[in-house]
Write a protein that binds this ligand. Sequence first.
Ligand SMILES: [Zn+2]
Length: 82
Amino acid sequence: MNCNKCGSNNVNIQVINEQKLVTKHHGLIWWITIGWWWIIVKWLFLTIPALIFAIFVGKRKKIKNIQKKIAVCQNCGNTWNI
Ligand SMILES: [Zn+2]
């Protein structure tokens, strides 16, 4: 692999881990089939809200690991994504 800036082939490839917090959103079909009565059921159970809400929200958030490869030119210091 050659650097696209200086043309040197003295290039290091590094793998970095990126963490992203992903919130899942429900689609339109979910709202039509489940969403409307699920909201009602949720309101009925508001007597124990904190616990249910915490579990419900907690499940919707996931930590996603994204591996990124970055090339670093040892000659001029140029970095770019692969
Ligand atoms: Zn370079």
